[in-house]
Design a protein around this ligand. Sequence first.
Ligand code: HMG
Ligand code: MG
Length: 291
Amino acid sequence: MERVEICEVGPRDGLQNETRLIPLAEKVALIDILSRVGFRRVEVASFVSSKWVPQMADSAQVMAQIARVPGVTYAALTPNMQGYAAARAARVDEVAIFASASEGFSKANLNATINESLARFAPVAQAARRDGVKLRCYVSCVTDCPFDGPVPPDDVARVAAALSDLGCHEISLGDTIGRGTPQTIDAMLDAVLKVVPTGQLAGHYHDTNGRALENIGASLARGLRVFDAAVGGLGGCPYAPGAAGNVATERVARYLTAQGFAHGLDVGLLDQAAGMAWAMTRRDKHDISDN
Ligand code: HMG
Ligand code: MG
């Protein structure tokens, strides 16, 4: 059976948007259960300005207190050298830089134009290479931007190519506000695949319009085999108005099984983690039996 990797991003992309400041112990407990589910990678922290994202201010403590499971890569966002240094000090295994395909979101999320952000990422990429730290990259707003509207596929390809040139081992394509459709995702992939090989791409789809699973389906058809998801469908992005949760990990796992792919996750334990995530964010349990 062909394997698809689900990269769990709930503790970062999920929790960063919560208005209630989640206590450190709750974050650690969630990550500790996720570490036993079978993920190869869990994104657990974000070394960004605490003025911009207060929820992630305790990222160093999170890293210090989790029970690391051998074989699991613990990842974190690093927007600049200050973030990279903090991530290194916290012994993060994989760092991620994050650019946008649209100028409006780049300004709102990073206080920089796309080109300025790429220039800021270059020393991070260089340092990661020097230190032997794995480097992941995100491209946000790959189909639609909350400020600029529909995003031309060629703009996504240009940013993806620039990030690939920086030496990212993987580029995660973000439908930040969950407005993508199988058609727009396919058109975007058509452009990106002309400049970056399939094996270097991941899909990162928010589920605002309930189409994330279909978008994963369109991406599987294009050969992508890595998808980001957040346990319990946690999340959103504080600088993307209207961004609802990431697609729920437990739904992606069931979808992949139904499509005949192996994912290697313990779905019973994953459902337990989803229950914990809902309790932390005081959400209602959504129906996980819908596919
Ligand atoms: P800025 O205000 O232009 O930066 O923000 P600055 O260099 O002028 O610094 C301002 C202050 O922030 C200074 O502190 C710095 O020290 C501090 P002050 O002197 O005022 O006390 N600072 C930092 N503190 C901690 N860690 C750092 C850091 N850097 C500066 N790394 C900046 C620029 C990039 C810092 C800011 O815009 C920022 O932090 N942005 C991050 C926003 C964010 O985290 N958004 C959510 C993640 S992206 C996302 O969710 C999308 C994704 O999921 C994919 C998708 O769905 O599309 C990845
Ligand atoms: Mg996201």
